[in-house]
Ligand binder design. Structure first.
Ligand SMILES: *[C@@H]1O[C@H](CO)[C@@H](O)[C@H](O)[C@H]1NC(C)=O
Ligand SMILES: *[C@@H]1O[C@H](CO)[C@@H](O)[C@H](O)[C@H]1NC(C)=O
Length: 192
């Protein structure tokens, strides 16, 4: 009887540990992502691709961090609710698999992006991304030179127009004088 009792305790311990292991497996959250370092240019789009799996419906929370700044981008539960922060509402595309698209990038978007996945039991996992947004210098220079060229063309046209107008005025004046001369002579002559 004593022996049976001992086996019982061991069985219970083994069963308990198996049960705990299964629970741990069931509660495991996996967040797969292929690329965590991204480089884009201003005005381009970026897609933070992750594939979240966990038991139950996960809560996905994206946060932006840069220096001392930490800003919430949005929180969503696939099929339940989506809450995107006002500043990002027009630029963020939230996906059911946890991925997030951010469009029309600005220089200030450079920084760290952290996705926090929480399962219904309260377990959570974080995965971070680094985004670098570059200025488009070459296009800026091109734009400037095109603008300068256009301004020079306009200035040239204005100068040409004013020169032509000036000449036309002089001609009209000369023509006017020539027209007046015989008339004057005539009026002067008439009384005589
Ligand atoms: C997540 O979903 C989006 C669209 O729903 C898809 O474009 C993307 O490839 C998916 N990512 C992964 C890692 O499955
Ligand atoms: C949406 O999120 C903001 C902050 O991130 C919070 O203040 C607000 O209460 C949330 N709204 C809903 C409907 O959950």
């Amino acid at each position: 009887m004593w022996r049976f009792g001992l086996w019982d305790v061991q069985d219970v311990a083994v069963l308990l540990s198996i049960w705990l292991y299964v629970c741990h497996l069931a509660g495991a959250i996996s967040v797969n992502s292929s690329q965590r370092n991204l480089v884009r240019s201003v005005q381009e789009d970026v897609f933070f691709s992750v594939d979240v799996t966990c038991s139950g419906v996960p809560t996905i929370r994206w946060t932006f961090m840069s220096g001392a700044v930490s800003r919430s981008i949005g929180t969503w539960q696939p099929g339940v609710f989506t809450n995107i922060t006002v500043d990002y509402s027009t630029r963020v595309n939230s996906c059911d698999n946890g991925s997030m698209g951010l469009s029309d990038l600005r220089l200030q978007d450079s920084g760290y992006y952290v996705v926090t996945v929480e399962d219904p039991a309260g377990n959570s996992r974080d995965v971070g991304f680094v985004l670098k947004v570059n200025e488009v210098l070459y296009e800026d220079l091109q734009y400037l030179s095109v603008t300068a060229l256009a301004l020079m063309c306009v200035a040239g046209l204005l100068m040409l127009t004013s020169w032509l107008l000036h000449r036309a005025c002089r001609r009209i004046k000369v023509w006017g004088r020539r027209q007046q001369m015989p008339e004057n002579n005539a009026t002067e002559l008439q009384p005589l």
